[in-house]
Design a protein around this ligand. Structure first.
Ligand code: SF4
Ligand code: SF4
Length: 276
C-alpha cells in the first residue's frame, strides 16, 4: 500500500512538472528567424569569443541583421566566411588569414632582476615591478597565452618560450589579448599567414641595457638592413622590423644577424639555435 501511494505521488508530481514545462515553453517561445538559424549552423559553434561577441548565436543574429560583417568569425577563417556569404547571398568576401607570432628569443637565457616563486601567471607576475625579467619586453614564460588558446595551438617549449602550431592557429588573437607584454611591446603579434621570417625581439630599451638583459637581443647594428636586397628589413627606433609584403624569405638577414635574433617562423625561437 505504501509503495502504491509513493508511485501515485511521483506520477502526480511528474504530470504537474510536465504541465508546468509545457506552459512555460508556450509562454516564452520566441520565433527564430530561419536566416539566423542557417547562419548559426554555418558558424563553428565553439563560442570562443575571439570576435569579441558573447556567443556564436549572438554573431548569427548580428550578421543576419547586417550589423556585423560576413567575415566576423576570425576563428572560422575563409571557409566559414564563404559559408555565411552563401547563406546571405554575398559575393567576393576575402579573409586575410593571420597567425600569432612571438617576438622574443630570450626565454630561460634572459637575465632576471629578482627571483620569483609564486603563482605561475604572466599577468600576475607582470604586476610585481613589471615581472622578474630585466628585459621589460621579454617573454615571462608562464604560459598565459597557451592556457588561453581555445584551439590548443600553443605549447610552452623547454626554453620557456611559447611555440605556436601554425596549422592549428586560427589567428583569433586571444593569446595576444591575454599576454601582458603584447599591448605595449608587441611581444605577440598577429601577422599574415604568409609570414616566413620574423625578428625575435621587441624591446625598445637602449642597446647597452638590452645587451645586459638578453644575449640574443637585437642590437640595432643594421647588418640585416644592409644585406637585404629588397629593402624588406629596416631598423626603426633601434629595432629591426620586417615588411612582410616585401620579404622574399631569402634568409640573407638570418645568416647575417650577429645576434641570431632573426629566424624562420616555423623554426620556433631563434635562441634555440644559439649555443649557450
Ligand atoms: S607570450 Fe606573453 S602570455 Fe605567453 S608566456 Fe610569454 S609573457 Fe606569458
Ligand atoms: S643584424 Fe640582427 S642585431 Fe643587427 S640590427 Fe639586424 S636584427 Fe638587429
Amino acid at each position: 500500500m505504501l509503495v502504491l501511494k509513493a508511485v501515485l505521488v511521483l506520477a502526480a508530481l511528474g504530470a504537474f512538472s510536465a504541465a508546468l514545462l509545457a506552459t512555460a515553453a508556450r509562454r516564452f517561445h520566441v520565433d527564430v528567424d530561419p536566416k539566423v538559424e542557417l547562419v548559426f549552423e554555418a558558424l563553428p559553434g565553439s563560442n570562443c569569443g575571439a570576435c569579441g561577441n558573447p556567443s556564436c548565436f549572438a554573431v548569427a543574429e548580428r550578421v543576419s541583421a547586417g550589423s556585423l560583417k560576413v567575415d566576423t568569425c576570425v576563428a572560422g577563417g575563409q571557409s566559414v566566411a564563404d559559408a555565411l556569404a552563401k547563406v546571405l547571398g554575398v559575393t567576393g568576401v576575402e579573409v586575410e588569414a593571420s597567425v600569432s607570432v612571438l617576438h622574443c628569443g630570450g626565454g630561460t637565457r634572459s637575465a632576471r632582476s629578482y627571483r620569483y616563486s609564486g603563482l605561475h601567471s604572466c599577468n600576475a607576475v607582470a604586476r610585481l615591478a613589471g615581472g622578474p625579467l630585466r628585459c621589460p619586453a621579454g617573454c615571462i614564460g608562464f604560459g598565459d597565452c597557451a592556457r588561453a588558446c581555445p584551439f590548443d595551438a600553443i605549447i610552452m617549449g623547454d626554453d620557456g618560450l611559447p611555440i605556436v602550431d601554425l596549422e592549428a592557429c586560427t589567428g583569433c588573437g586571444i593569446c595576444v589579448r591575454e599576454c601582458p607584454r603584447a599591448g605595449s611591446h608587441h611581444l605577440l603579434e598577429l601577422l599574415p599567414v604568409a609570414t616566413r621570417v620574423v625578428v625575435r625581439c621587441s624591446t625598445r630599451e637602449r642597446v647597452k641595457e638590452r645587451r645586459e638583459s638578453c644575449p640574443v637581443c637585437c642590437i640595432a647594428c643594421k647588418k640585416c638592413e644592409k644585406v637585404c636586397d629588397v629593402d624588406a628589413i629596416v631598423v626603426v627606433d633601434g629595432l629591426a622590423v620586417i615588411d612582410q609584403a616585401l620579404c622574399t624569405a631569402c634568409g640573407a638577414c638570418i645568416e647575417e644577424c650577429p645576434q641570431n635574433c632573426i629566424g624562420r617562423i616555423d623554426q620556433g625561437a631563434c635562441a634555440a639555435e644559439v649555443s649557450a
